[in-house]
Design a protein around this ligand. Structure first.
Ligand SMILES: *[C@@H]1O[C@H](CO)[C@@H](O)[C@H](O)[C@H]1NC(C)=O
Ligand SMILES: *[C@@H]1O[C@H](CO)[C@@H](O)[C@H](O)[C@H]1NC(C)=O
Length: 985
């Protein structure tokens, strides 16, 4: 978080706490390489068909490796005959195509390590592929049905991916590919003497373009005639020395048969990305990826925020495809919806090589799997971290923490985690407690941990430069700090801690040292955090990195990292490395290892392997509440499933109604935390008056009853990569009505559908319910009232009550939800609670659900210490009037799908964990939509059970209204055992 009040104290800049400061951040036209890239695109558009890419494959250089693994070729630009680029195309065993291009034998090296940080492993190459070389192209056909084709056309260079003969992804179809080769400044300067056709931005009018094309200077035709910002660039008061000169990369990536695109988080905008090439004044700049600490960000904008994931999905009723651009430098992306059936995109990056992964889909589910095989699935979090988190800048003392905890308990509000922001530390030297306000940190943490709760404490990356700070002293001695442009000494900038330096996590020498700081016992080798315990987890903020007196509130681009790379080359990865090493540090501080919780603000492709993110410093406004949902969805489909927005908004004092609605939003986000700026009034939920307080208590409890659903959904994403929050297009990829919907979503495979209300004075909400293509009249039940709503063949909007105490929450017919309905103070205290099964019958009278459970804290699940159950409800025979509800072990059935990354060839259902919970009962089964009053309900072969029946509509009736309800009390079955209950009706 940032506050200009504090900057004022530091007297660095003028104090003004009004709003987003556009002038702090570059627009495309203030960024040299973006300006060049966009001018290229503008000239191409003006010149239309006469525009031809100068890049072509040198046919004589084409080589197919003997194992058919890859196709390589030299690429030349007609403008620079002396420069050679190397192109490599590979097809992975899952059909993903990797396209790499780099300059060969250049004056310098382009940064080529982004993929190595993002990928979990070097992918395996497909063995069932044959490259066919022609005179003008090379092609390969593959896939189970041999319906996928990758085609590389030579002149001009054009790479396309086709399915069933239809183009899915096309690279350089518009001829915007341009990899600026390294050049020599002196040589370049002498060349500027060449005649220039037109000054400045050449493509401002058709006439000018004609001039350029006819001119004797084809380079100017392609690159523009001025060496715009090649060697030095100034923004505001900062000058970027650009020692390597121009090295940017431009490429157009088109989706000729896909009208909707999603992804490239993080931006505050809709899930289906608006066009940036039309006439929208808000979306007139390309989407920017440059991790930034943006103060009071706008609720609708292509401006870059804290994290960057260069992943895009292109979607149509036909197929879904995706791309992952492994680039870590600043990247701008123009998106143009040519029609509702076709999308053009243009990617402009400041440095790096071309390293593109084309994901063939053909469904959203397939894309998630393909992307997860590249960059990994989200890590399974500690179970407690799915509970409610209470944060504030700042709980000011250990007694403050204790009294906040006391108030939660007095009000019977569940909470799992209390957070400490930067003021716990002495002079913002993280790890070091302020002895006056936190004289007894270990006792404080123990008091919180006594009821199974945890604390999360902030550790930011800026290290205060003082001899009184062991963390800084040790990093300095190890020489693992980021260096200034000279490459000598330590870069110094300003942040919370005043004069600060930053650890360079690209340097492996920093890794073990960073881990050592988190040990809770004394070390001989150096300082360790003895005033901490295993119940303390970590919040990594400010890791873009945020530097108060740096360009665009970050580091100078010409700072030097390990290996001699400039900050510009690695900027967007920087935050991921910080949270990775914190994650490793917290995991390894205890033996056996405990699952860490690490929250990060900055992230990149692959960050899902290290924990949770949140959407940063949002505002307490309805607009921010609404856009937060869209941002979380966008992050989710790009791999960052463990995501949430600050409940209440970071800035401002939300009125009670808004706060209540915000709790309803937060309770349906994977990461559920309330947070507030230091200048805001206290707003812990127990401070609310009635009826607001009671409503929020109910919301918190609802979240806790549904924790088994959330945990099961998290387990699924760790194996499959499918997001936890699933927007409409993911659930119903063929239903066009759902493509733009981003204010309602499903939770995992549970069948829960939520539409949080984000407007003032609402009494109703409209919810879109889709059909899968096969069944009409799909039934959705209101979670609370069991009112049955019906779909229609082309999808349908329903209007539902949504007064302040009402949450539009539905269960899709056909689902079984495991819940735990006994209110407790924390999730840890629920570990031995019995379960309720909510059976919501489909119109054909069936239902299915899953439950995954493990100890929630260690890694023993990777060794088979867990249970994975399947619950089903179906008729005992086709025309019978009996419903069988049963419980089976899924892990024995599908051991390889049970745990991510761990090949469990055998699973023992009687493992230690399963034994530890073997006496946990199902205390209640509720069946919604049964077709008539039962005549008997019994465990198969057993005695009659106690049950109650409330008449109502049957699932099969196709009618709307309150559904019938059968409630079986204490069915005398255990959650982790096989059983069958038969309901005769
Ligand atoms: C590549 O193949 C090997 C051998 O079959 C396998 O062990 C490895 O896990 C595979 N790697 C990936 C990333 O799929
Ligand atoms: C994460 O940290 C481990 C060492 O603990 C390292 O091997 C790995 O490369 C790191 N990955 C990233 C993305 O930082």
């Amino acid at each position: 978080m940032r506050s200009w009040t504090f900057l004022g104290v530091l007297s660095l800049l003028l104090v003004e706490s009004s709003a987003f400061k556009a002038h702090d951040f570059k627009t495309c036209s203030q960024s040299g390489f973006c300006r060049r890239g966009r001018a290229l695109s503008a000239r191409a558009k003006e010149a239309r068909s006469s525009w031809k890419s100068p890049y072509s494959v040198d046919a004589s250089s084409v080589a197919i490796s003997s194992d058919q693994a890859s196709f390589t070729a030299g690429v030349k630009s007609s403008l620079y005959p002396d420069i050679t680029f190397g192109l490599e195309v590979r097809v992975h065993d899952d059909g993903v195509v990797r396209v790499r291009m780099d300059e060969i034998g250049g004056l310098k090296k382009h940064y080529d390590e982004a993929a190595s940080w993002a990928l979990i492993a070097e992918p395996n190459i497909s063995r069932d592929i044959q490259w066919k070389t022609g005179k003008k192209e090379v092609r390969a056909v593959y896939g189970d049905k041999k319906d996928i084709e990758v085609l590389v056309e030579f002149a001009p260079l054009r790479v396309s991916l086709l399915r069933s003969g239809r183009e899915q992804i096309v690279l350089n179809g518009q001829g915007l590919l341009h990899m600026e080769h390294f050049r020599n400044k002196a040589a370049a300067e002498s060349k500027t003497e060449e005649p220039a056709a037109v000054e400045g931005e050449v493509a401002n009018g058709a006439e000018e373009v004609q001039t350029v094309i006819k001119s004797e200077n084809p380079r100017a035709w392609f690159e523009g005639d001025s060496e715009d910002a090649y060697w030095e660039e100034t923004f505001s008061s900062w000058t970027d020395s650009k020692p390597k000169g121009p090295e940017s990369l431009s490429i157009d990536i088109n989706f000729p048969n896909h009208g909707t695109v999603y992804g490239i988080p993080q931006h505050a905008t809709r899930l289906a990305l608006p066009s940036t090439t039309g006439d929208s004044p808000t979306f007139s700049d390309p989407y920017r990826l440059w991790n930034s600490d943006v103060f009071e960000y706008l609720a609708s904008s292509p401006v870059s925020l804290y994290g960057s994931i260069p992943v895009l999905h292109a979607h149509s009723t036909d197929t879904t495809v995706g791309i992952f651009d492994a680039v870590a430098s600043e990247t701008w992306i123009d998106i143009g919806h040519v029609s509702d059936k076709s999308t053009e995109t243009h990617w402009i990056s400041e440095s790096g090589i071309l390293d593109l992964f084309l994901m063939p889909g053909p469904t959203p589910e397939a894309i998630f799997k393909q992307y997860a095989r590249l960059t990994g699935t989200p890590v399974l979090p500690a179970a407690w971290s799915l509970g409610y988190h209470q944060c504030r800048w700042n709980y000011v003392s250990s007694d403050d923490v204790r009294s906040v905890q006391k108030r939660f308990d007095e009000e019977d509000m569940p909470v799992d985690v209390f957070w400490l922001d930067i003021e716990y530390s002495e002079d913002h030297k993280y790890f070091m407690w302020n002895d006056k306000t936190f004289p007894d940190p270990v006792e404080m943490v123990n008091d919180v941990a006594a009821v199974g709760r945890k604390m999360v404490v902030i550790v930011d990356p800026h290290l205060k430069r003082t001899s009184e700070y062991p963390a800084y002293q040790e990093a300095s001695k190890l020489e693992v700090l980021v260096k200034p442009p000279s490459g000598q000494g330590e870069y110094e900038g300003w942040c919370w801690s005043g004069s600060s330096s930053w650890t360079d996590f690209f340097n492996p020498a920093a890794w073990d040292w960073w881990k050592s700081l988190f040990k809770t016992y004394p070390l001989e080798s150096g300082w360790s955090w003895t005033k901490s315990t295993d119940a303390v987890h970590i919040w990594n903020d400010m890791n873009e990195p945020s530097v108060f007196n740096g360009p665009e509130i970050s580091m100078p681009r010409d700072n030097i990292h390990y290996g001699g790379w400039e900050h510009r080359d690695v900027h967007n990865i920087n935050g991921m490395l910080f949270s990775n090493h914190t994650y490793q540090a917290v995991a390894e501080r205890s033996d056996p290892r405990q699952r860490p919780f690490v929250l990060t603000r900055s992230f990149y492709a692959g960050s899902q392997r290290f924990g949770a993110m949140w959407t940063g410093d949002n505002l307490g406004t309805w607009e921010h509440m609404a856009v937060g949902i869209k941002m979380v969805l966008s992050n989710s489909i790009a791999g960052m499933s463990f995501a949430g927005s600050d409940v209440g908004g970071f800035f401002g004092n939300p009125e009670p109604e808004m706060l209540v609605r915000w709790y309803q939003v937060g309770a349906f986000a994977p990461f559920f935390r309330a947070h507030a700026h230091i200048d805001t009034k206290r707003r812990e939920p127990y401070l609310l008056d009635e009826p607001y307080k009671g409503i929020v208590r109910d919301i918190l409890r609802l979240r806790y009853t549904q924790l088994p659903v959330w945990y099961t959904a998290f387990r699924e994403t760790t194996v499959t990569g499918l997001p936890i929050l699933r927007p409409q297009y993911v659930m119903f990829p063929k239903d066009k009505n759902g493509f733009d919907i981003d204010d309602q979503y499903y939770i995992g495979s549970s069948g829960l559908l939520i539409k949080p209300v984000t407007t003032k004075d609402a009494t109703e909400a409209t919810v879109y319910i889709a059909e899968d293509q096969v069944s009409c009249f799909t039934v959705y039940y209101d979670y609370f009232t069991h009112h049955a709503y019906r779909g229609a063949s082309k999808g349908k909007e329903i209007t539902v009550p949504a007064a302040l105490h009402q949450i539009p929450l539905f269960v899709r017919g056909g689902s079984i939800l495991p819940t735990r309905e006994r209110p407790r103070r924390s999730s840890t205290l629920m570990k031995h609670d019995p379960f309720t099964l909510r059976v919501a019958l489909s119109k054909t009278g069936t239902a299915h659900g899953e439950l995954y459970l493990d100890d929630g804290e260690t890694y023993s699940h990777e060794k088979g210490q867990f249970i994975w159950r399947q619950f089903t409800a179906e008729k005992t025979a086709k025309k019978s009037k009996a419903l069988r509800i049963s419980s089976r072990d899924l892990a024995t059935e599908k051991p390889s799908e049970a745990v991510d990354g761990v090949a469990l060839t055998t699973f023992n259902p009687a493992n230690e964990f399963a034994k530890s919970i073997e006496d946990i009962r199902v205390e209640k089964i509720v069946v919604v939509g049964l077709n008539g009053k039962p005549s008997s309900v019994r465990v198969e072969g057993g005695a009659e059970l106690v049950w109650e029946y409330t008449p109502g509509h049957a699932a099969s009736e196709k009618k709307e209204g309150v559904a019938s309800l059968l409630s079986i009390k204490d069915p005398k079955v255990l959650v982790a055992k096989d059983w069958d209950i038969v309901v005769q009706y």
